[in-house]
Design a protein around this ligand. Structure first.
Ligand code: ZN
Length: 390
């Protein structure tokens, strides 16, 4: 299938101006001022893009795609992600992870879910492991999981500084990162370790110690939930200024924000104001994780499921409320995760890259059209490709 998008304002994420975009199959075939295919060209669909902004499809690189939660007993186990959880949120690439429950949520189920999302039309990779150390893998080695399982790009989310963690030691984290690095090198993948940071007083200290005392570079680690409390936020900001990568979690509830969590849009603004390069920062939704809701007295009333919808919501707030340029804010959910995670042909609007695009209405930056691997998934804000069991 050939698709042409006419006269759209392209943010690649840097602004390219008004362009035509030609999609051939699942790739971006050309981006030019004017593309005029021959009149007798067969089977071509045209999208009139005038007045819209075209941005790269969003990458949500920390989602419990096969379900998560369960921390309030079995009945609080959360459901799997469905296709439209991603596509309606503009997300065309997800990275799946297990979480607290590395027991009843298996690696096999995670791999199968990743394959299912790919069959449905979006792109998907996964981390091997869960909170627990030693890391539970599919092939008994981190290196071989990364080398031999197509979807596995690293390890995660390994929990540190958290009452739910395995209380991993310096040696354990160093060995996990070393194995991930070698697995990554041998397979041409990033081989990163996604680190879940809790509210524990250790903060980032274990990760910093490993970087200081081994040959492992900063970029081997992607610590997430860095915006969860003020101390961690400050420590993360300094870590990023030293060359570390930091990831902020967009899904939240009012109570967390009242207790000191920094809203992602504001966290981005604060980092930029203090000279952290935007390239060090990513946003992820923690989608399908469980989120509590509390009443006035602070009693748990019900549980919600985190959703990818919060991902672009925070980028939009960064632009509309914090005054950050769209081309800068976009990077945290497009180019940056693609680079940090070594995702081939992702995160940019560029000839030869995958045809993953979002068309935004310019005023409120609402999502109008979503294209994943050349296929129109969402049109006028409605899913035209439904999830299998919708
Ligand atoms: Zn986590």
């Amino acid at each position: 299938m050939i698709t042409i998008i006419r006269g759209v304002d392209v943010y690649a994420p840097e602004r390219l101006g008004i362009k035509d975009i030609l999609i051939a199959g699942d790739r971006l075939a050309a981006i030019a001022d004017q593309i005029n295919p021959p009149a007798d060209f067969p089977a071509m669909q045209v999208i009139e893009g005038q007045g819209a902004l075209a941005v790269p499809g969003f990458i949500d690189s920390h989602v419990h795609i096969a379900g998560g939660g369960g921390e309030g007993g079995y009945k609080t186990r959360t459901p799997e992600m469905v296709l439209t959880d991603a596509t309606l949120a503009g997300v065309t690439t997800v990275v799946g992870t297990r979480g607290t429950d590395g027991m009843a949520r298996s690696m096999s189920a995670l791999v199968a879910k990743a394959k299912a999302l790919k069959e449905e039309g979006i792109s998907c990779w996964i981390y091997t492991g869960a909170y627990q150390v030693p890391v539970q893998t599919l092939t008994e080695r981190i290196e071989s999981d990364i080398m031999l399982i197509e979807e596995v790009i690293g390890v995660g989310e390994v929990a540190v500084s958290d009452h739910r963690s395995s209380q991993p030691t310096f040696n354990e984290i160093a060995k996990i990162a070393a194995a991930a690095r070698v697995g990554g090198m041998l397979s041409g993948k990033a081989g990163v370790v996604n680190i879940h940071l809790g509210d524990g007083k250790g903060g980032l200290s274990l990760i910093k110690e490993v970087i200081r005392n081994t040959e492992l570079p900063h970029k081997q680690f992607i610590p997430t939930h860095v915006n969860r409390n003020p101390d961690l936020m400050e420590e993360g900001l300094l870590f990023a200024r030293d060359g570390g990568l930091i990831d902020f979690t967009t899904s939240t509830v009012p109570q967390f924000l009242e207790e000191g969590e920094t809203k992602c849009s504001r966290a981005l603004k604060r980092c930029l104001d203090r000279d952290v390069a935007v390239e060090q920062i990513t946003f992820t939704s923690d989608g399908q994780g469980s989120l509590p809701s509390f009443d006035q007295e602070g009693e748990l009333t019900r549980l919600f499921v985190a959703n990818s919808g919060s991902l672009f919501g925070e980028v939009r707030d960064a632009v509309l409320d914090e005054g950050i340029a769209l081309e800068t804010a976009l990077k945290v959910i497009t180019q940056n995760p693609a680079v940090n995670l070594g995702l081939p042909r992702k995160g940019r609007i560029r000839t030869g890259y995958d045809a993953d695009l979002v068309l935004l209405d310019p005023d409120q930056l609402s999502i109008n059209t979503v294209i994943a691997m050349g296929q129109i998934m969402v049109r006028e804000g409605h899913a035209v490709v439904k999830a299998t069991f919708d």
